[in-house]
Design a protein around this ligand. Structure first.
Ligand code: MG
Length: 346
């Protein structure tokens, strides 16, 4: 356990920055708009149980942006009406304005940012692979470090992050960003394991809350914050491909058990939870017919799927009413209005 306070980041570009946008012509890009064969009800939205609220009926899955190398980490800003996400290997973050689908580079270099979220005050929280840290963008634009070391050693490569209602920041630290120079910078691993951490909002104290994952990845609280779901995508390193759930009390986790499994040879990466506690999780890497999103009821039943034409990594609920599901899937961003709302606020 170690204690540190927030401080400013030196504004030095990372080594090996690769922030050039993809040289893809308009003709070569995947078409935007509703996917082919989208007669209502959209067959890309598959209900397996009447509890699934994946479609309001008169809507379809749309590709709303494309041309990225590998899209991750969507975070929606309700006050501004825009989506921020990472184009990880291109070392940039993008901003997609909901009004007219205007797309622009939000930050480059991004230190190979991955997961993003919005804290309870509306500030952007970002995981950086190359920076090996979690940072926060303040209202005046300054970027401050939330966490970059534990017990004096650098993190592996923070991957995904959530903020609780007590303003504590919880994040995962797998090794994906230090294994090579494509999604980060190759580096020696200093932590002996790949863990999950909590940063106390008041003191800045960092505590390790789980240390028995192969590769901890996406994470999301239940609506009452009494449960925390955490993905293990360790299949990439000889481990499991499943979602575990923990009881949360007093900033600690206990009673870890498997919530959903059987994803191999595919796996999931990121999750979000809706207001009824259903867990929406990405899917990909194996059978193309399974690319997209799966939705699990709080009891673990698989109740629905959304089928996408690309491997999906992360998703988030957005829109003013938190009823538009944004999905980062390989080279494109997809979106669909759903019949529920995201639990996370703002
Ligand atoms: Mg991830």
């Amino acid at each position: 356990m170690t204690t540190r306070s927030f401080h400013s980041v030196a504004l030095v570009p990372p080594h090996g920055q690769t922030c050039a946008p993809l040289p893809v012509s308009t003709a070569e890009r995947l078409p935007l708009g509703p996917l082919p064969v989208s007669r209502y009800p959209d067959p890309h939205i598959e209900a397996l149980d009447k509890r699934f609220k994946g479609s309001p009926g008169t809507g379809a899955v749309e590709r709303i942006a494309t041309g990225f190398r590998w899209a991750e980490g969507p975070a929606y800003f309700r006050a501004g009406g825009y989506l921020i996400f990472s184009d990880l290997p291109n070392n940039r973050m993008m901003r997609l304005l909901e009004d007219d689908n205007h797309l622009s580079v939000f930050r480059s270099p991004s230190y190979n940012s991955n997961g993003n979220t919005v804290d309870r005050q509306g500030r952007l929280i970002t995981c950086q692979h190359a920076g090996r840290r979690v940072v926060r963008t303040e209202f005046d634009g300054r970027i401050v470090i939330v966490a970059d070391r534990f017990e004096g050693k650098r993190f592996n490569s923070p991957n995904d992050v959530v903020v609780a209602s007590d303003d504590s920041i919880w994040f995962t630290d797998p090794s994906y960003g230090i294994g090579g120079n494509y999604e980060g910078l190759r580096a020696e691993q200093e932590q002996t394991t790949q863990n999950v951490y909590r940063v106390d909002a008041r003191t800045g104290e960092i505590t390790m809350v789980a240390d028995d994952f192969t590769q901890p990845n996406g994470l999301a609280f239940s609506p009452d914050e009494r449960k925390l779901y955490i993905v293990d995508s360790g299949l990439t390193h000889g481990g499991a491909a499943h979602i575990r759930v923990f009881d949360v009390d007093g900033g600690k986790l206990s009673n870890g058990r498997i919530f959903a499994e059987g994803f191999a040879p595919g796996f999931t990466d990121g999750m979000r939870v809706d207001i009824e506690g259903n867990v929406w999780t990405s899917m990909g890497w194996a059978d193309p017919n399974e690319d997209g999103v799966r939705c699990f009821a709080p009891d673990g039943d698989l109740i629905g799927k959304i089928h996408l034409p690309e491997t999906c990594a992360n998703l988030t609920f957005g829109g003013l009413l938190r009823n538009r599901l944004y999905m980062c899937a390989s080279t494109s961003i997809y979106a669909v209005y759903v019949n529920t709302q995201g639990a996370a606020v703002p």
